[in-house]
Design a protein around this ligand. Structure first.
Ligand code: KG4
Ligand code: ZN
Length: 408
């Protein structure tokens, strides 16, 4: 198993003895990060301070938009076609040679098996060829830690990660130490928004043809009236911090079918009420995220899991780019006395930078650094940290009402 704690071994000379570079990165150790867990092929070189020396990203978004969702074999082929060039470009942009790297960090879990396999195979070949230490990365750990590259945020902090593949609430207590308070029982919020957008045929909308589902919903919701439709916030009678979005998607689909019948149009036609459906869907997703996060904050307070001085909530993942969701969570954080930090959108979505940063954090602490010849397996499913969802459920915390006045 790749998470074996490794003692200081001869190969660690690579970690501590990288060749000094001319210019800004001279005395810092350098990490190459590689990301292929879903539909983005990303690579970046960071120095130990978190300075991004060079990066490259190939997005498959357009292809998957055209096929109406990610087809794993297509994603795999695109990663295979681009990984070499992406890594090469990141190295060239940073003016770093493989020999100058101190380590290579790569996402190995969780994610699409076929996609993870490409990044891992490439990385293992690369580290063996250049005799470099290898740092296997948990994709969600990387999302959670990215904020620390941008500003000082000390452990412990609460983190809400929302993307196309995940939703989870966790207390980050250390680089490799997380308490999992809640996770999605079915689909992730980004997946729900992508599927609703597809069901609404937003790709045919002149303003949305190149946007991801979540981006399209956010854009249309700005001109919509959320009160035109009422969707029930999921899991109202379950007093834990887990998420569920499949039921909401079902409610939205039924409303769309009803409206199609009323307007006398076929599935695949843009509805007149598309902005209102988008606004109501976005609002319900935001409320569900807010309620679970509010309960997580109260659970943390009851159990002294966050510092009394400057307790912090970090929001990240692709869905965290959504300004409406940010506003709702700002209200929850402010009412509860927490500081909310959202990295800029560029750092919320998948990229090589976040993986390289996770590598830097692990390198600094000497955690999970493997010699180049150790065989590592990818893991499509991999929970983050210690699962305390049962304790959270047992606490059954009821939420005090919060008044929310949000404009689109
Ligand atoms: O983190 P990410 O880049 O990849 C995954 O690991 O999934 O997140 C992509 C997801 C997609 O489902 C996309 O629709 C959603 O994030 N997303 C958004 C927005 N931008 C991207 N969802 C809501 N509002 C947005 N502005
Ligand atoms: Zn992600």
């Amino acid at each position: 198993m790749f998470l074996t704690k490794v003692k200081i071994l001869p190969w660690r000379k690579h970690v501590f003895g990288s060749t000094p570079l001319p210019g800004k990165a001279s005395f810092s150790r350098l990490v190459l990060g590689i990301e292929t867990s879903c539909d983005d092929t990303g690579a970046a070189v960071l120095d130990e301070t978190g300075a991004i020396l060079g990066e490259s990203l190939h997005s498959q978004k357009e292809v998957h938009l055209r096929t109406g969702g990610i087809i794993p074999t297509v994603a795999q082929q695109l990663h295979r076609d681009h990984i070499e060039a992406v890594v090469q470009e990141a190295l060239e942009r940073s003016c770093v040679t493989p020999a100058q790297l101190s380590a290579v960090a790569t996402t190995v879990k969780p994610g699409l098996a076929l996609s993870l396999a490409i990044g891992l195979e490439f990385s293992q070949r690369f580290v063996r060829q250049h005799n470099k230490p290898f740092i296997p990365i948990h994709h969600m750990e990387a999302h959670a830690l990215t904020v620390r590259m941008l500003q000082p945020v000390s452990f412990p902090f609460l983190v809400l990660l929302v993307s196309g593949g995940h939703s989870l609430l966790a207390v980050a207590r250390g680089v490799d130490d997380f308490l999992l308070l809640g996770h999605s029982l079915d689909e992730a919020p980004g997946d729900t928004l992508d599927k609703v957008a597809r069901r609404l045929s937003l790709i045919k909308h002149p303003r949305c043809s190149t946007l991801s589902g979540g981006q399209a919903i956010e854009l249309l919701a700005k001109d919509g009236d959320r009160k035109m439709f009422h969707f029930k916030t999921p899991m109202g009678q379950t007093y834990d911090c887990c998420f569920s979005f499949a039921g909401l998607r079902n409610q939205v689909t039924m409303t769309i079918q009803k409206k199609e019948a009323e307007e006398g149009v076929e599935q695949g036609t843009l509805l007149r009420c598309v902005n209102d459906v988008a606004a109501a869907t976005q609002h319900t997703v935001a409320c569900h995220l807010a309620k679970r996060t509010h309960r997580a904050i109260l659970f943390c307070k009851t159990n002294n899991l966050l510092p009394s001085n400057d307790p912090t909530l970090v929001l990240s993942g692709g869905v965290a780019s959504n300004q409406y969701i940010r506003k709702v969570l700002t209200i929850i954080a402010e009412t509860s006395g927490l500081r909310l930090i959202c990295p800029p959108s560029k750092f919320c979505t998948d990229n090589g930078v976040m993986i390289a940063w996770n590598g830097v954090e692990r390198l600094r602490e000497g955690k999970g650094i493997l010699p180049p010849d150790v065989d590592v397996c990818y893991e499509p499913k991999a929970p983050l940290g210690v699962d305390v969802t049962a304790e959270v459920r047992a606490a059954a915390i009821k939420l005090p009402p919060i008044r929310m006045k949000i404009t689109n």
